[in-house]
Design a protein around this ligand. Sequence first.
Ligand SMILES: [Zn+2]
Length: 270
Amino acid sequence: MPELPEVEAALKSLRRRVTGRTIARVRALHPSMQRTLTTARARALKGAHILRVERRGKHQLVHLADGRLLHAHFRMNGEWVYGRITDEDPRWARAVFEFTDGTRLVFVDSRALGTIQLHAAGAHPDLALGPDASDSAWTAGQLGEALSKRRGPIKPALLDQGLVAGLGNIYAAEALWRARIDPRTASRLLTVAQVKALRKAIAVVLDRATGARYTDDSTVHLDVYDREGLPCRRCTLPIERMAQAGRSTYFCPRCQLLAGASPLPRAARP
Ligand SMILES: [Zn+2]
């Protein structure tokens, strides 16, 4: 699943390829796309000029010169493919944007869960996003303030885009491992030191991400995600996996401590 660094990488290439272009034709190729990009809406995009491209959390926003907004979200598998309008449609092509200069942009998505919506000028969606996870102006103090009002454990809280925008299942687990915080810790019980460590860990794991197409790319270094049974890179105890809010959470049972819990001595662990 694309996470913030991958979406940022996709957005940079999108910005470079489509800014300043004029849409000649839009084709919605899959029923899931045709629900939002109806024939009428696709036709109404003819002649639209692309002003600028912006990322908010994992949402990609394409601003048109007339004030309308194309709002794309990759969800699980989406990606952009570029080419010429004379090229054959790639496998899993869901929507094709053809430009007047002969280039084109294709939304490819094998699982057809990604979305593209068109919003009228002045009717842009309220994405209800918290601060961007990659924003250097976002402070530990702000994170601590938001967490102090939360019920429930820290790991699902980090996935709430209203708390912080852009963090997904992979980097939430990586950040908690790095900050040595048990994913089950009640959000509002994190100490000031833990919140500071967490804010810093989020910055480090996002900075280190390569922006490779997908995070399971072999070039991506992960410390804890998808490493169940493998030795913790810090203490060598096997990484464990549990389910939280329907998602897999990977953690080290020794390094990542619950508030108030004391570590078991090494000899007591299997
Ligand atoms: Zn460990």
